[in-house]
Design a protein around this ligand. Structure first.
Ligand code: SIN
Ligand code: CO
Length: 415
């Protein structure tokens, strides 16, 4: 038998890496062109992938006019990016825009981008069901862009994974998939555009095609014709954001009497010296904050991640009455989750914790996943909850996280 050495293993790995295609056709395969497990193993956070026919026969659930209308809303986050090709200058304007502006836009070289469109348009939100192979709390939003022919946001790099789904028309994507691409920014434009961009791959995407990019891959997408692109973007808090928020939480909850203490103090060799014993006591004082208690850490993270980068605030309106609510559910009404509510859950030492837009709620283990995974709750789903689960749901209704609707189409953001 051939002896396996570390070198032969790394050669095999290298050969496998080389063999992985950067392009698949998903027409007669699962949506990613492979199973989610294979995608996560081979591509997720590792290398780009162009997926032809990721959504075969895709028809955009939103039209350019709807996007322009949304960009005129006060609460929607929108940007208009235009390029003057001749002078290579760029202009960025932030919404809300005036509806009267759009008919007068030039024929080419501009892009309108609106974030969180999944929160405003329930049909756009349905696209997210295809991304259920990722933790829901990792997904940020569906940003939709409309580009006139030639429109682009310039060559740039993102810090987050993104799935760029071509929803309508055609866009030419160029990417630099080389191992150490140059990442310096131009300092003459408001946008974070790359100073140097050396594409290694180029594709024209049509409706239903999708390009996956891990963080840090330079890319540039130019509209071939008037086109719509959906960017399903992820959220990944930086280590500094995590540490800053965790420490703030621990500090705000800490008892003032927990302090640096030195009952074992001996006469110092030098009164100006911070000696090793003093540093040991500093560590002891920090440990009093119980930074490595898994329950505190879990509760903090659940609360943190369900508010991190949330663009909308959920507010309660009426004092809901459980009897009324049950009667209406029995009459066919449903509870629809507020599109800006974020939910996640975690197993805890005693049952489960449901995290809802920054709060932690204790729940029996059978209820937490049911509520966290239900954007619509009908009478049957309501009755499947325990008494504690129903009480928790009532509280969420009072806070505005669920709203009673007769017709599910009526649910939309109410910020
Ligand atoms: C776009 O939709 O034009 C830009 C999306 C991106 O590059 O991240
Ligand atoms: Co990008």
């Amino acid at each position: 038998m051939k002896k396996i050495t570390p070198t032969s293993i790394s050669k095999q790995k290298a050969a496998k890496t080389r063999a992985l295609p950067l392009e698949v056709d998903a027409a007669r395969r699962p949506p990613l062109g492979m199973t989610p497990a294979v995608f996560l193993r081979d591509y997720w956070q590792k290398r780009p992938l162009l997926i032809r026919n990721a959504f075969p026969g895709f028809v955009s659930p939103i039209e350019p006019g709807d996007l322009a209308g949304l960009a005129c809303e006060e609460a929607a986050l929108s940007r208009l990016i235009s390029q003057d090709r001749e002078h290579d200058t760029w202009t960025v304007r932030h919404g809300p825009f005036d509806e009267a502006e759009f008919p007068g836009m030039p024929r080419q070289d501009w892009t309108l981008l609106v974030q969180d469109v999944d929160k405003w348009d329930a049909d756009v939100a349905t696209v997210l069901a295809a991304f259920d192979f990722l933790p829901r709390w990792r997904i940020d939003d569906v940003m939709v862009s409309f580009a006139a022919p030639g429109g682009s946001v310039g060559a740039h790099v993102d810090q987050y994974d993104v799935f760029l789904l071509q929803a309508d028309g055609h866009r030419r994507w160029q990417i630099d998939a080389s191992p150490n691409p140059p990442l310096a920014f131009r300092d003459d434009v408001e946008l974070r555009l790359l100073r140097e961009f050396n594409p290694t791959h180029e594709w024209v995407l049509g409706p239903g095609d999708m390009l996956y990019l891990p963080p840090g891959v330079p890319h540039h997408g130019v509209a071939e014709d008037a086109c719509l692109t959906f960017s399903v973007g992820m959220r990944a808090p930086s280590a500094a954001e995590l540490l800053g928020d965790f420490v703030d939480t621990l500090a705000s909850e800490a008892d003032e009497s927990l302090r640096y203490r030195d009952p074992d103090l001996a006469p110092p060799r030098d009164p100006a010296e911070i000696d090793a014993a003093a540093m040991g006591r500093v560590v002891e004082a920090l440990n009093m904050l119980r930074m490595n208690d898994p329950e505190r850490l879990g509760d903090w993270f659940g609360r943190f991640i369900t508010v991190y980068r949330s663009a909308g605030v959920v507010q309660g309106e009426d004092a809901a009455d459980a009897g009324d609510l049950e009667a209406q559910l029995d009459d066919g009404a449903v509870l629809a989750r507020h599109p800006f509510s974020r939910m996640a859950w975690r197993r805890s030492a005693r049952g489960a914790r449901l995290y809802v837009s920054g709060q932690a709620l204790p729940l029996p283990i059978k209820d937490a996943p049911r509520i966290a995974n239900s954007s619509l709750i009908d009478s049957e789903a309501y009755r499947a909850l325990s008494a504690e689960g129903r009480e928790c749901l009532m509280e969420l209704v009072r806070q505005g996280h669920y709203q009673l609707v007769d017709d599910t189409d009526e649910a939309g953001p109410d910020t």
